[in-house]
Design a protein around this ligand. Structure first.
Ligand code: 13P
Ligand code: SF4
Length: 337
């Protein structure tokens, strides 16, 4: 991809973007973008990127861009021997668990996530001992050891459907306490009777959106449809027109006849929405996930040429085997739907 081709894409990434792309900016990054794209085929590598990563990754070098579920699925389907996963660590770790024979590399190294970092397997074991009758469900934003302790893993795109089908009435759901509250609200609407027990985690990005932000949007942009992620506070979600994971938000905006949207999520998705829907306007505040933004073109180049040991994802064999069961259970329950 030459500088002009890159510019034709990146110049459209504008809403509160971290930079306004000029042709000169694109000329500066075009050589590394070209090199990465060459190295991918030479090294039998594929690049999977979450929508929250930098636009030069999403539009310059990624082969697949998606949400946590779509990227996990892709990790199980791609033919290439090497997966470069631009995202946060739990996502790359999930790819390694799903495809243990592939080399999985995360350009940013061991990048955190406030949700995945909020609970250990030991803490979950204590919770399980307290509620021995419960089905145990983890949000995919959790580490491999936690996944290994669970009956099933879920993502934002399937959380309600999967939990409502779990055999037990009592559900331990970790680690997102705000999503747990949103599950309770959704189940009241759906008439699903479950007792949800949660741990104390929250997403440091979505947790920041407050009722006041929604009130400000409603006052400033009365025509805007307001959408957010289920990691946001329940009182914020209650004021929104639509709540769903990143893939579902993309679908909602694409299929809507409406023209103006306020999107309470991470900047990368807002950039994608704007890029893919040039006839629609995105307004209002957004937030940034510093963990996702730690992946850079330079790190991807390094990962392809000579990866650092900190970039190569390894998971203990026994942990991986057990964690894989909870991830496969998710795939099975989604396919059975
Ligand atoms: P999605 O699966 O909806 O992309 O969510 C991932 C995430 O980390 C959101 O903060
Ligand atoms: Fe984790 Fe929140 Fe960043 Fe998603 S946006 S990766 S949940 S910190």
């Amino acid at each position: 991809m030459n500088a002009q081709e890159l510019y034709s894409k990146l110049k459209n990434v504008s809403h509160d973007s971290y930079k306004k792309w000029t042709l000169k900016d694109c000329e500066e990054i075009a050589p590394i973008v070209e090199k990465i794209n060459e190295l991918k085929s030479q090294n039998d590598a594929v690049i999977l990127a979450h929508s929250y990563t930098l636009p030069e990754i999403v539009y310059g070098v990624a082969d697949y861009v998606g949400d946590s579920y779509e990227l996990s699925q892709k990790a199980s389907q791609v033919k290439e021997k090497n997966i470069i996963f631009a995202g946060v660590y739990f996502m790359a770790e999930t790819a390694k668990i799903i495809s243990p024979n592939k080399t999985v590399i995360i350009p940013a190294g061991k990048s955190g996530c406030s949700l995945a970092d909020s609970i250990t397997a030991e803490e979950l074991k204590t919770l399980k001992a307290k509620y021995p009758q419960a089905s145990v469900v983890c949000y995919i934003n959790s580490n491999a050891e936690v996944k290994a302790e669970c009956d099933v893993c879920v993502t934002s795109s399937n959380v309600y459907d999967i939990i409502s089908k779990m055999p037990k009435k009592q559900i331990i759901f970790v680690p997102d306490s705000l999503m747990a509250e949103n599950i309770k609200v959704e189940f009241l609407k759906r008439g699903v009777e479950k007792e949800i027990i949660s741990s104390e985690g929250s997403c440091c990005v979505h947790d920041r959106f407050l009722v006041q932000d929604v009130e400000d949007i409603k006052q400033k942009y009365p025509e805007a449809k307001i959408i957010t992620h289920p990691e946001s506070r329940p009182e914020v979600c209650a004021m929104c027109d639509f709540v769903g994971g990143t893939g579902l938000m993309l679908k909602y905006v694409k299929e809507s006849a409406h023209k103006q949207f306020a999107v309470l999520t991470e900047r990368g998705l807002v950039n994608r929405l704007e890029f893919e829907n040039p006839d629609k306007q995105i307004v209002g505040p957004i937030a940034v996930c510093g963990h996702m933004k730690r992946n850079t073109l330079e790190d991807i180049y390094l990962a392809l040429v000579s990866p650092l040991s900190t970039q190569i994802v390894e998971v203990d064999k026994d942990v991986a085997e057990n964690a894989k069961k909870s991830i496969n259970k998710m795939f099975e329950m989604v396919e059975r739907k």
